[in-house]
Design a protein around this ligand. Structure first.
Ligand SMILES: [Zn+2]
Length: 286
């Protein structure tokens, strides 16, 4: 796979129209198995890899999703851009249910999951100032405008550990900070994609109003699933349109994220770490 596209589907996104020559690929990773076998094929003349974040049948908690294995595997297959789709709660009245949000910022409130490829003998620090790819986000906004599909351009996603939904006090606190949507997975993925120098775009699908809304029911699994299909359909059509026009994406610096990021003296990086991180860091190490 060269310059491939990865799609990480969240709750409810498992199928793609026009995905051809599909085969199942299992990738062994130093971080254990991926969420599921990866479906690899062709779509719109491009190589594409699809991975259901929670595994088929929704088997992994947000805390348990093997994010590092997933991103490592996609990188090793040749994926250079990831479109990520996930269900979220809306934290603002004007962020209407089913309208995809093209997230441009995260607040990471997770506490119980690994969210870096570094460690165990190798130290690195990448910038998360602009955590999603401006080129992919811009392209998604452009194809949405042209297709007349409503999207919200930009938004801050607060990522909580879960698996429980927020308490009302937490929901009110997040609202006071001005966040737009709330979810449990994408900040972790965005960090790892950045460390892997992969362009990353989040299409967040609001399915509920968390529990802050006075006249809406507090979020429940039943409500999420009932409202997911409309937004998933929109996200899917936007991704397909964006893939068809990928050559029109603007410039970005995602592929340079690791330039100058490694702090450890190269002579002191353990050989094991170099092997473990070869697909991620190999080109940056002497
Ligand atoms: Zn990029």
């Amino acid at each position: 796979m060269m310059d491939g596209i990865g799609i990480i589907g969240g709750s409810g996104l498992y199928l793609l129209d026009g995905f051809e020559d599909v085969r199942e690929v299992t990738v062994e990773t130093p971080f254990g198995p991926t969420s599921d076998v990866i479906l690899v094929g062709r779509l719109g003349g491009r190589d594409l890899a699809f991975l259901p974040r929670h595994g088929r049948g929704h088997r992994y908690l947000p805390t348990e999703v093997p994010y590092r294995a997933n991103v490592w595997a996609l990188k090793s297959l040749g994926v250079s851009r990831i479109f990520s789709v996930s269900a979220v709660g809306s934290m603002k009245q004007e962020i209407t249910l089913g309208t995809p949000v093209l997230v441009d910022q995260f607040i990471d409130r997770t506490v119980a999951r690994p969210s870096t490829f570094f460690g165990n003998g190798i130290v690195g620090h990448v910038s998360m100032a602009d955590p999603t790819c401006p080129a992919l986000r811009g392209l998604l906004a452009q194809v949405a405008t042209e297709a007349g599909v409503e999207v919200i351009q930009g938004g801050t996603y607060v990522c909580i550990e879960g698996p429980q939904f927020s308490s009302r006090a937490e929901s009110f606190m997040y609202r006071q900070t001005g966040v737009d949507v709330i979810g449990m997975t994408n900040a972790t993925e965005a960090k790892l994609a950045r460390e892997a120098e992969i362009c990353y775009a989040t299409l967040a699908i609001p399915t509920d109003y968390d529990c802050w809304h006075e006249s809406e029911e507090a979020v429940s699994v039943e409500a999420v699933i009932a409202r997911l299909s409309l937004g998933i359909g929109r996200a899917r059509s936007l991704i397909l349109a964006a893939i068809a026009r990928l050559d029109e994406a603007g410039p970005c610096r995602c592929h340079e994220a690791l330039a100058g990021a490694v702090m450890t003296d190269p002579a002191r990086i353990p050989a094991e770490a170099k092997v473990r991180l070869a697909p991620i860091l190999g080109h940056r190490l002497p």
